[in-house]
Design a protein around this ligand. Sequence first.
Ligand code: GLN
Ligand code: ZN
Length: 747
Amino acid sequence: MMTIKTANLGFPRLGKDRVWKKTIEQYWSNEIDNHTLNTQLNVIHKDNLQVQASYDLDSVPVGDFSLYDHILDTALLFNIIPERFSGRPIDDDLLFDIARGNKENVASALLKWFNTNYHYIVPEWDTATPQLNADQLLRKVKLAKSLNIQSHAVVVGPVTFVALSKGGSQSEEEKIQSLLPLYTELFNVLNEQGVTYIQVDEPILATDKAEAYYDITKTAYTHFNTHVPEAKLVIQTYFERVNLSFVRDLPVYGLGLDFVHDHGFNLKQIEEEQWPSDKVLYAGIIDGRNVWASDIEERKNLVEKLQNYVKDIVLQPSASLLHVPLSFEQETIDEKIREGLSFATEKLNELNALKKLFNDNDDTLYNALKEKYIRFSNQPFKQKTFDFDSVPAQRNTPFAERKLKQQNRLHLPELPTTTIGSFPQTKEVRKNRADYRKGRKDQAAYEAFIEAEIKRWIEIQERIGLDVFVHGEFERNDMVEFFGEQLEGFLVTQYGWVQSYGSRAVKPPVIYGDVYWTKPLTVKETVYAQSLTDKPVKGMLTGPVTILNWSFERVDIPKTEVQNQIALAIRAEVEALETAGIKIIQVDEPALREGLPLHQSYHAQYLKDAVHSFKLATSSVKDETQIHTHMCYSQFGKIIHAIKALDADVISIETSRSHGDLIKDFESITYNLGIGLGVYDIHSPRIPTEEEITTAINRALKEIDRSLFWVNPDCGLKTRKEEEVVAALTTLVSAVQKLRNIQEVAV
Ligand code: GLN
Ligand code: ZN
């Protein structure tokens, strides 16, 4: 039997206490110079490499560490610089300007990295002339060498890189062709540096789009094999299954396959087809995207199965560990929960346990992990039973009837105006929360501040003349964490940060057990706001699909079950708000679209489950109670039927960045429920003109029935300044009032 090796594909960049983020932000605010930036980042990078090496990996990745994003690094590596930034030296400032924009030029776009919550910078080809700038990457390789760490280089492959790019007049194939000599040159240089092998990330091969790239993928890797046969290339595919009958014939040294998120298909293919005897299998067996300790025994069995078919196996995480927090070493949490967790370093420990077991017959670490896993699986907080099927998930009457009853109660004018929920999270608001959290402020003082802020904004909304008010969400740090902190079954970690984009990190709550509601979460603030005005105040909740999507979810029971548990908890809160006299309740689902699985074949089931959960959460109210929902990040085409099926009385959606497209989506079906299309972009500090708002409304009214139409901004206003909000909303109300008058004259 061949010995088992271990390797990693990528490591969290953030470092301990998010030191990476802090260092980079200090550079942005001119607190440190470029030399200091690089010296300090070098220390972080060194730490990252040494920590990984300490788990006895046979190879540690270099090249994944970045100043911002690995796709942006690849763009710079091959000189794919947006035209507006061209002509400048390739350095850190150029990189940051492309990522963040500067006074003269806007930043490049950010897009979600496959189905993760990480965002990459979209490369813009424009008129770029590809050319190799390998200095940065070589510096990293040399650093690992100087530390005597056995490492391999990581680069994004040409097919994935081009598939994620935009711009330029060439076809994708031409772009890839133009990069081939440069990749060849790079592989040559790396080979000269003595790297053991080169990890070429091609996750695009694990998506539905892969087939369209088969020919060019073959061309590319045949080219490399012909021109740098001595470079050992390992193609890494992750996040889903790959088509083995295609990749097995690529002339490369090894193939990386995901055995966690592949729905079982990668193993199945290996069992059914022959594994190419000349290739090393990089087996992604430890979940690189979630925070749970593996069922180590089951993983051991998987390795044994693989050994029946494959001679040469390297064990690795299923994907880069970029998507999980660094380590739970610093967390002070209940030991019973802690036993079930595994962050980046703990995952490397799991790999090590398997390696020791297979190679040295040493089962000490393996047994310790196995026992912990069993203990955690049997904890009482995982044993509650839910009878979802007996809970009705349908409103009592159809929308048309509900609408009349709601209108009789609410007396809203035509084209009602409202906002999405949050008002500016000013420094004082954030300081108040932080002071309370850290014990510098007592509960009474904290709550008095929140009430004062609510009161101030109710008065502002009165002055502006909006029709449906909100309380402003000042007590919430984040629309998911806030619920995670108060519902049973959630753990909010202290240090569980993961990179979202650039220096921005998020701390997703961890769903470790059964989720349920024990006490009202939002009633106090909402009822207080309502007590100050005759206008209706919307209760504001986050929906089950979004809470699940933006958390680390449980994997020991089906995802839909977790989602439905959350749905029942939100249902209890919806009922509590209704009982307290709140007439409109909004349940936000901004993540519904982005949660779509990578493969189309799973879309229908995903949407069906999502719709069911939303309805579980919202359908128990009286006809008179109006349910709103909100979604952002556009591209609704594919899911428009599901949106209708939510049966929400009113939906508000982001549109101002893709106006025409979205309205077209709504043309494709008769959307006959209430709808508010965002009439201005809240992501920019710019105040919209009355004319722009009027134009946006009139355009929408061509497609959407006037009696169903609501007027609102794109999304929540928490990132804007108070004066921007007041000015923009005043303009919005004024535009609407004029449109109402015209209508009256016409009648
Ligand atoms: N109610 C939330 C807010 O206004 C919605 C945020 C979102 O859509 N992402 O901030
Ligand atoms: Zn939004």
